[in-house]
Write a protein that binds this ligand. Structure first.
Ligand code: F6R
Length: 601
């Protein structure tokens, strides 16, 4: 989704800082980009399309035009109006003295636009954002000082916003946040605002997390945060642990491939200090003091929803009633909540609007809330009663890979800690081995050659049962996201109730078959059903049930605890999706139409 970066400082390289910041935010997904550099004069350049188009436009202009101590940059993901140069941010007032970038949605923009047009203001875009610079300009004409003008304009806005504003002739940047992410970066003689930390990680790791209703002023000499009434707020400065190099490609062709290969490390980080190997128990410091819940409701979207389905089953297997809900459904049709219930949001970004909305709905009805997230200081982490971190490090590829496997590990820790039970030692042993098991899958995977066999296929099915079912759904989602080809995931037993009609000799079927229990045997039965319809079959298996005998291709995983086998199977399916997408030369890191952090409902 849209990305903001803002800069004030004496480095003499405002434009480069902005373009570098935007490039580090590209992973959020966008369709146009722009910059404004201020000081004595204000210069704006914006373009539909990739950042390269903007860079070329700025490069072909006289770059000295873009010198100044203050600047803003934006990557836009269209909501109001198509991706065009006019609709790209920054937006300016009629005199080009005020430049504004915005994430979120101004819900009352129609009324504000009517009001301004009635006063004779001419609009140049179809966006909701453009009302903001015009409102600020009107305040400035009324002789408000710049800070008061920006405050007065934001007070008129309904909806969600992270805003950053520069004004010609003022060496300061103003920013405000309401229901849309915005963080402050604090450096030596320079400061930053951004929608996400990677935007300024090349310059500083010192971060201030802003809260809703807060207003920031950045000057070359420092920064101040004030609340809605203008009172100064003391904000702690946190040092983020991510290293700038973690956000590079490290020689891989794509961030997505790099992140798939990073999983042994990200899983080790997730487990660090959380396995008591001697006692055979897991410890999760963040959960100290939490009682075992009577029942658990998970809320999440997309990949995180698949993790939630897996987590709910882990808890049920330990005797705790648990359900998983799409957050966007839950937000308007919540499940009943009783005393002792816990609502868990699963969200790697901690900023997904649908998930925040569901968590707020649950909290409003008295539920205790917990979030499982990757981002310290994210909105969900700050709003929930408890936060548990998956510690996957920054994930730049829009399609979630390493954060999903860290969610699965995090959910095993949560389930063991919240629901107890006597099977902890086996789990601890298997969790300790899981980074090496993932490494073995990465080292030996035959996924690249398997996808070669299906050059002409156009639809792909993924089957799983039990804990393998969410992984089948996730395998299909990853495949469709990055290959743009049709893929569906099914509960293996459901196929014969309808979807089997789609199965032909041209539709490869990937089946997750792990262990040798009843679930594996029944899934093999389902594999035979598709085989009888001539479908090419790939089984992802640990070999225990000899499922390979019924398959055209086998993708092997090491034997492990039944709760972790689906995680290893998922790594094979990530590689299947990746290699297929690479073969088709898709935009793997930034799939079309998709955004990393979906901050609108
Ligand atoms: C798919 C993907 C999305 C996200 C979903 C929720 O690869 O990344 O489906 O899982 O948008 O995002 P978070 O986890 O940030 O709440």
């Amino acid at each position: 989704m849209c990305g903001i970066v803002g800069y004030v400082g004496d480095s003499g390289s405002t434009l480069d800082v902005l373009l570098g910041g935007l490039s580090n935010l590209e992973y959020r997904g966008y369709d146009s980009a722009g910059v404004a550099v201020g000081g004595e004069t204000l210069r704006v350049e914006k373009r539909a399309g990739e950042l390269e188009t903007l860079e070329a436009a700025v490069g072909s202009a006289d770059r000295r035009r873009f010198e100044g101590p203050v600047g803003l940059g934006h990557t836009r993901w269209s909501t109001h109006g198509p991706p065009t140069d006019e609709n790209a941010h920054p937006h300016t007032d009629e005199d080009g003295r005020v430049a504004v970038v915005h994430n979120g949605i101004v819900e009352n923009y129609r009324d504000l636009r009517d009001e301004l047009e009635a006063e004779g203001v001419a609009f140049t875009s179809e966006t909701d954002t453009e009302v903001v610079p015009h409102l600020i300009a009107r305040e400035l004409r009324g002789e408000a000082d710049p800070e008061a003008a920006v405050r007065a304009a934001t007070e008129r806005l309904e909806g969600s916003y992270a805003l950053a504003v520069v004004i010609e002739g003022i060496d300061a940047l103003f920013a405000a946040r309401q229901d849309s992410p915005l963080v402050l970066g604090v450096g030596e003689g320079e400061s930053f605002v951004a929608s996400d930390v990677p935007a300024f990680l090349d310059h500083t790791r010192d971060v201030v997390y802003l809260d809703d209703g807060e207003f920031v002023r950045l000057d070359p000499g420092g920064w101040t945060v004030t609340d809605a009434e203008g009172r100064q707020v003391e904000k702690p400065v946190h040092t983020v642990e991510w290293e700038a190099e973690e956000t590079g490609k490290s020689g891989y062709d794509h961030y997505t491939l790099k992140e798939i290969h990073e999983q042994p490390r990200s899983l080790r980080q997730c487990l660090s200090g959380r396995l008591d190997e001697l006692g055979g128990r897991v410890t999760v410091e963040e959960l100290d003091g939490i009682d075992a819940p009577a029942s658990v409701q998970f809320v999440a979207c997309g990949t995180s929803y698949h993790a939630a389905l897996y987590g709910a089953q882990l808890l049920r297997d330990r005797g705790t009633p648990a359900t998983a809900h799409y957050a966007h459904e839950y937000a308007t049709a919540p499940a009943p909540i009783a005393d002792g219930d816990l609502v868990i949001g699963v969200t790697q970004s901690g900023e997904t609007a649908d998930t925040l909305s569901a968590l707020r709905e649950a909290a409003g009805r008295g539920a205790e809330t917990l979030v499982l997230t990757n981002v310290v200081g994210s909105t969900a982490a700050r709003e929930c009663d408890h936060a548990v971190y998956i510690r996957a490090g920054p994930e730049i590829g829009v399609a979630a890979t390493k954060t999903f496997t860290s969610q699965l590990v995090g959910l095993n820790l949560l389930a063991a800690r919240l629901a107890g039970g006597d099977r902890q030692r086996d789990l601890v042993d298997a969790l300790r081995r899981v980074p090496d098991d993932v490494q073995a899958v990465l080292d030996e995977s035959g996924a690249a050659s398997v996808v070669e066999a299906f050059a002409d296929s156009e639809a792909f099915f993924f089957l799983g049962r039990g804990l393998g079912y969410p992984v089948a759904l996730e395998g299909a989602l990853k495949f469709k996201e990055i290959t743009y080809e049709h893929a569906e995931g099914f509960a293996a037993g459901e196929l014969k109730h309808g979807p089997l009609a789609l199965v032909t000799g041209e539709t490869p079927v990937f089946a997750v078959v792990t262990g040798d229990g009843e679930a594996a045997r029944k899934t093999i039965g389902n594999v035979k059903e598709v085989e009888a319809r001539d479908a090419p079959v790939v089984v992802v298996t640990d070999g225990a049930a000899e499922a390979g005998r019924y398959a055209d291709h086998v993708l092997e995983i090491p034997e492990t605890d039944p709760r972790l086998a689906p995680l290893l199977a998922n790594v094979q399916l990530q590689l299947v999706a990746y290699h297929r997408a690479a073969r088709l030369d898709r935009s793997i890191d930034k799939p079309r139409h998709l955004a990393k952090s979906v901050t609108v409902e």
